[in-house]
Each structure stands twice: as C-alpha cells, then as structure tokens.
Unconditional design. Structure first.
Length: 368
C-alpha cells in the first residue's frame, strides 16, 4: 500500500491494528459456533479475513482518489443509497433475518445497505454544507432540504425496521449541521417535534419496549429480555483485570448471544480483561482525536466537514456499542467498528478511514 507523504500515520496504524485484532477476536469468539453451524471452525475467520483484505483495498483506493471526484459523486451516491434502501424492501431482493429486511444477498454474500447509507449521507452533507456555507442559517435553504433528505432515508430505514441506524443518521446529520453553523433554534425545534415520534416508535413496538424494560431492570426477566446483558456482565466479571487469556472465554460457549457480532466487546473483556478494554477504548479515543484534528486543520470546508462526519460516525458507533454491552444504554444493534464480524460494516469503516487519510495528507507537516 502506497502511503503519501502527508498521510497521518497514527490513523493508519490504529485502523490496521484494530482491524487485525478484530479478525483474531472474530475467530476466537466464533470458532465453536462455526463448528456447530458449518462444521468448519475457520468459517467466520476466512470470511472476515477476506472482508479485511477487500476493506484495505478500498481504503488504499480512497486514500489516492482526488477529493474533488468524491465531491462530484455526492448526489449520485446519495441516490444509490436511497435505491438500495428501497431494494431491501422488495420481496425476493431483500433478505429477512429475525423479521427484519436489512440485507441484500449477491453471489453468496450478504451486505447491509444501511452501512453504506451512513457514509453516503456524510459525503452528501459535507458537499452541500460547503457549497451553501453562506446560507446555512437560512431555514429554507440551509436547514429544510437536509431535513427532507434525512426524513426520506430514516423512513426507509424504519420500514426495514432499523431504528438504530435511523438514530445514527439523525445524530450525525444534526452534529454536522451544528458544526456548519445552523441556528440552534432550528435544531431544538426539530428535536422537540421528533421526541413524540421517537417515543411512539419505541413504546408502541413490543420488542423495543421490552429492550427498554430490560435496560432499566434486566434481573426482572433474567432468562429472556435481560439474558443477553446479564451474560455480558458475567463475561466482563470473568475477565477481571488481566483476562482469562485469548481463546479462553466461557461465555462464547452459547451463553452470550451475538458473541462475534454486536457483543464481541464482552468476549474481549473476558479474554483480555480490564487492561485490554482500556487499551482498545484508548485506541478509539486516539483515533477520534486525530480525526478531529484533521478536520480542524483541513484546507477547505468540504474536507473539514467530510473528516468531521466520518470521525463522528466511527467514534459514535464505537462508544455506543461499548456502552450497550456494559448496560449503560439500551440495546441498539450497532456493530463495533473494525472488531465486530460483518463485511459491510468493516469495509465501510475502512472506506471512511481511507477518506480521512486522504484529507490528512493535504495538511502541512507541522499540523499533522
């Protein structure tokens, strides 16, 4: 992989280390299940390794591409994202898992369009906010169009249903508007309007309401709604300060659901202990800080908003996932970037890193 002179090596090293650790932990957390389901302990390892190679290729490509080309692609990418979200809802095209149609199956592989949509929205908003910077305080020009785009995308996500991704899009969009200088009164107003809808979406749907109840008191139903978070706590408790050792997790032996995906951080806590958790959390924190520094020192508004958006996207998903598995927030179904099993999430995350590295190489050496 060619590294240009201005590339932020800290971001690159952190991304590579987290990805490699993720491949190892996916194998550790999934090998027993892979034997039972596929008679091949390496099943998930081989697929995650392939996703990592593809992701590194995409990252290398986006490190080199001219950012002006990305900017020109903003509208087409947004349109493609909308079409993919519509395709997921078409019977025979979208694949249902657990009652939710969030995947499209192509040539034996499945991908989740919602992950691409998050990055697509960041690209679109970075382009549009940079172009409308002088009018960003205008309600009709600088605020309403983004709310319309956001409403369409969120509506398509909720039809799947995927409330976690919808909330992620909303938070990223609002944060980018805030950084761009949108009036706080507009954001406060849309927040007040959205609250009743959010309450209805949560409390009027049985499984979401049960998640809230499980978050408030998981011990009320420890064998059903509270089971997953209790098993996650047990994993962290078993890990102690220094962990049980790589591959020695007990909770992954069919006690902890989604051990290799959404709750892989629990397995990491059990095998690598509190020290391992602190190291990984610190790596994410450093990655976010380097990304924000890249955004602040970017040479133009488009690069600034783009770097901020992808940094926020990665950082928010990482820390929300960590908070979920520790029982600090209700279950959201968000993957842990770099570490959770899943091709779409890993490739999209590495694509975001490629964009961030592309912006970083335009900085003068003393600002990196």
């Amino acid at each position: 992989m060619e590294i240009r002179q201005g590339t932020d090596h800290s971001i690159l090293v952190l991304a590579v280390c987290l990805t490699c650790l993720g491949v190892v932990m996916v194998f550790s957390s999934s090998s027993i299940m892979a034997v039972r389901e596929y008679s091949d302990s390496l099943h998930f390892l081989k697929r995650q390794g392939a996703y990592a190679i593809i992701g590194f290729g995409v990252m290398a490509l986006l490190m080199r591409v001219n950012l002006d080309l990305l900017r020109k692609a903003a509208w087409p990418v947004l349109g493609l994202c909308a079409l993919l979200l519509i395709a997921v809802l078409i019977p025979g095209v979208g694949k249902k898992v657990g009652g939710a149609a969030r995947w499209i199956k192509v040539a034996g592989f499945t991908f989740q369009p919602a992950e691409f949509v998050k990055l697509g929205l960041v690209l679109f908003m970075a382009h549009s906010l940079a172009r409308k910077q002088s009018k960003v305080k205008s309600f009709r020009i600088g605020f309403l169009p983004y709310m319309v785009v956001l409403a369409v995308l969120i509506g398509l996500l909720l039809a799947q249903p995927d409330l976690g991704s919808a909330l992620t899009l909303a938070i990223v969009a609002v944060a980018m508007l805030l950084v761009a200088g949108t009036r706080l009164s507009y954001l406060a107003g849309i927040g007040l309007i959205a609250m009743p809808f959010l309450y209805f979406m949560v409390m009027n749907v049985d499984y979401r309401r049960r998640r809230i109840m499980a978050f408030l008191n998981p011990w009320e139903d420890p064998s059903d709604t509270g089971f997953q978070i209790i098993q996650s706590w047990i994993a962290f408790g078993n890990g102690g300060a220094f962990g049980q050792g790589l591959g020695e997790s007990k909770q992954k032996l069919f006690y902890l659901p989604e051990a290799h995906t959404d709750f892989i951080f629990s397995v990491i806590g059990e095998e690598l202990g509190f020290i391992g958790i602190i190291v990984i959390a610190s790596m994410f924190l450093l990655l976010v800080l380097r990304g924000l520094k890249t955004s602040l020192n970017a040479p133009n508004e488009f690069s600034c908003f783009l770097a901020f958006g992808v940094t926020l996207l990665i950082g928010m998903q990482a820390f929300v996932n960590m908070a979920v598995v520790m029982g600090m927030v209700p279950t959201k179904g968000l993957a842990l970037p770099f570490l959770s099993y899943g091709g779409t999430s890993l490739i999209t995350t590495l694509a975001a890193i490629g964009i961030l590295l592309n912006v970083s190489r335009s900085l003068p050496g003393e600002l990196r």
